[in-house]
Design a protein around this ligand. Structure first.
Ligand code: FAD
Length: 389
């Protein structure tokens, strides 16, 4: 029996596995997912935990539950190495797994070594643990005697903007929130409609923008900013660090072809250069669309790659021609607090409550497995949503 091993059960890995089992196999392969965590995280909905619009089981279902009715095997462990010559994946518990086809989908991390104090005092926002850490910090501050709660968000990208507005909803008048970015604008790659809607939402919630501003240092209760070569130290209660994505470190220690940012080089069929038995996708690859434009590290890209990755693994084992990855830009959606969102794409621009609802429904449809979609949908219908609106 052929063995397909998938390292990383996120948007790239999990959706590849789920697609693989839908394909028509002459001889069914053994499919194994390895992930260090016990839960898949649907990160675009992670913000909803801050405002308690959604619960963690909805956003982060357990692999054991998701895969219970499938033939996919799941191992919870950390991948520490890949022996490319022997075609083996090495785990932290020293076990090794042989593969005929390997999928590398370990995603990225948020680099917190760019500024002094960021690692110690900045909270990244990427994992379930980060969301819990932020919630706990907010809870402590809400229960304190403090009149105002000062939050500094480093980075005016999607995460920075979406987080700022959810936190503003949660803290209400007590929240004093600022977004700091070295660029002259926020979410500068966004369609104009989304950018305008987001800026209005930030203004409505009195979220301060420090643009063209660098961070010099972060300490426990203060942050030092630099604007036009002038330093200014201001008090803070929470610093959120939302900038940057880099591949997980282990990837850079492998002898696989990589670009200057440490991303794996793949061909148009999503195979690692010179290693046709290894496929890679998601945040850790350098990938291009049909027009040779570099694709961003997004779930939308990883999700679409997963479809091709599964098909091409099937084709390579069934001796059929492989497909060239074709990216379909479907637009973008941003949560702008509770009951508000903005979306642009496929000729449609929408904001306000309608966009909020549309975003929820699109993501419901994107959740892994029909059983999980059904569970979440039933929960939305039967239980009233308690939020910090
Ligand atoms: C807060 C937030 C909001 C986002 N919002 C959007 C959005 O609205 N739209 C959008 O398109 N994209 C969004 N993204 C980006 C999107 O989540 C990523 O691009 C996507 O998850 C990448 O998929 P991936 O499979 O490469 O990595 P991931 O989904 O991160 O999966 C990687 C998996 O590998 C596992 N892993 C890592 N190292 C190891 C190891 N050594 N051993 C075993 N397992 C390991 C991890 O536990 C994880 O499950 C958002 C990201 C964040 C953080």
């Amino acid at each position: 029996m052929k063995k397909i091993v998938i390292v990383g059960g996120g948007f790239g890995g999990l959706y590849t596995a789920l697609r693989l089992i839908q394909l028509d196999w002459r001889r069914k392969p053994e499919i194994t997912i390895i992930d260090k965590n016990d839960r898949f995280v649907f990160s675009p909905l992670l913000y909803e935990l801050i405002t308690e619009e959604m619960r963690s089981w909805e956003i982060a279902p357990h692999y054991a539950d998701l895969l219970a009715t499938t033939p996919i095997k799941y191992i919870q462990d950390t991948v520490t190495n890949i022996n490319i010559e022997q075609k083996e994946v090495i785990l932290a518990n020293h076990d090794s797994l042989a593969y005929d086809r390997l999928v590398i989908a370990l995603g990225g991390t948020t680099p917190t070594d760019l500024v002094k104090g960021a690692r110690e005092y900045g909270i990244p926002f990427r994992t379930l643990e980060n969301a819990y850490q932020l919630k706990e910090k907010l809870r402590q501050l809400e229960n304190s005697e403090k009149e105002s709660i000062k939050v500094a968000i480093v980075g005016g990208g999607y995460s920075g903007v979406e987080l700022a507005l959810k936190i503003a909803n949660r803290l209400g008048n007590r929240g004093k929130i600022r977004i700091i970015d070295r660029n002259s604008d926020i979410i500068s790659n966004s369609p104009e409609f989304n950018q305008k809607t987001a800026k209005k939402a930030l203004r409505d919630h009195q979220i301060w923008l420090d643009l063209e501003t660098d961070i010099e240092e972060i300490k426990a209760e203060e942050i030092t900013l630099s604007y036009k070569n002038k330093s200014d130290t201001i008090p803070v209660d929470i610093v959120l660090w939302t900038i940057g994505t880099k591949p997980v470190r282990m990837i850079n220690e492998l002898s696989l072809p990589q670009n200057a940012q440490g991303k794996i080089n793949i061909n148009r069929q999503l195979q690692v250069e010179n290693h046709p038995e290894i496929f890679a996708l998601g945040d850790l690859v350098e990938c291009y669309d049909q027009n040779n434009k570099t694709l961003p590290a997004t779930a939308q890209v990883a999700f679409q790659q997963a479809d091709y990755c599964a098909w091409n693994i099937w084709a390579s084992l069934e001796k059929k021609p492989l497909l060239t990855f074709q990216y379909q830009p479907l637009g973008e959606m941003l949560a702008l607090g509770v009951g508000n969102a903005t979306l642009s794409g496929l000729g449609i621009s929408l904001n306000g409550e309608l966009a909020y609802l549309a975003r929820r429904l699109v993501y419901l449809y994107r959740l892994p497995t029909f059983e999980h979609q059904l569970g979440v949908a039933l929960n939305w219908i039967t239980s009233p949503i308690t939020t910090f609106k």
